[in-house]
Design a protein around this ligand. Sequence first.
Ligand code: PRP
Ligand code: URA
Length: 248
Amino acid sequence: MTPGAVDPPRCGHRPAHRDGPTRCCADSARLGGMPSEHAEFPNLRVFDHPLIQAKLTRVRDARTDHAEFRRLLNEIAALMTFTASRDLPVTAVEIATPLERTRGVALARQVALVPILRAGLAMTDGILALMPEAKVGHIGVYRDEKTLRPVSYYAKLPIDIAESETFVVDPMLATGGSASHAVTELRRRGCRSIRLVCLVAAPEGVRRMYTDHPQVPVFAASLDRELDGRGYIRPGLGDAGDRIFGTQ
Ligand code: PRP
Ligand code: URA
C-alpha cells in the first residue's frame, strides 16, 4: 500500500445502493489514482467504476450462465488490475524510435499472478491480457464445508517468486481463510510485494486479511453486507467455482 498520510475522503463514503454492495466510496484521486480507501478497513480499495459495477451486477444475476460468467469475471479482473498495478515500480530506459532516440520506462520487476484454485483461474486470462509477460503460480485451497477452514492441496509457484510483484487472485473473499493461507505461503517463500485482487469481499474476510497481513492491499469490486450461516457472502453471487465451471 502506498505509504504516508492521505487526505480525508472527499466523498464521505456515500452508499452506492441501499441494500446491496453498500460500503464503497468514490475518491479515486487519492493514493495516486488508487480507488477509494475505506474508513473501516485501511487495507481495502473498492472500485466504483460504472463499467465494473455494471458487469458485477450481471455476474451476480442468477440467470447468467457459466460462459458469460467466466467472460465477465475476466473482463472485471482486467479492469481492476489496471488500477491495482498503478504503483508497480518502473525503471527509465532509452530506446530509438524510427526517427530518434528517446527515453521511456520499463517495469522494474517481474510480475507474478497467483490464482487460488479453482475460481481464481477465471480471472487469470483477463489479467494476462494486460501483462502477458507475467509468470503464473497456482495455489490450491478449498474450504471445508463444515468448519469453513481452508484445506491446502496444491502449490506450484515460479522458482523466483520472491523477486516478483505478486497479484493473488480469487473472486471471493469470504472468511478470508483461503486468501490468508495463500499469502502466508507466498511470504514463507520470500514474497514481499503482494496484492490481493478479488471480486466480492465480505467484511469478515477483509478484517481477517488486515489482522493476518496488514501490509497486503485488498482490491475488490464490492464490499458486501455479510457472511451467512453457511459462510456464503450476501448478497454475493453464489458458489463462484461452480458457476464458473458449470459444476452444479
Ligand atoms: C471459494 C473461493 C475462495 C474461497 C473463499 O473456493 O473461490 O477460494 O471459497 O472462502 P474463504 O474466504 O472463506 O476461504 P472453494 O473453497 O469453494 O473452492 P473451489 O474454488 O475449488 O470451488
Ligand atoms: N465461496 C464462494 O464461492 N462463494 C461464497 O459466497 C463464499 C465462498
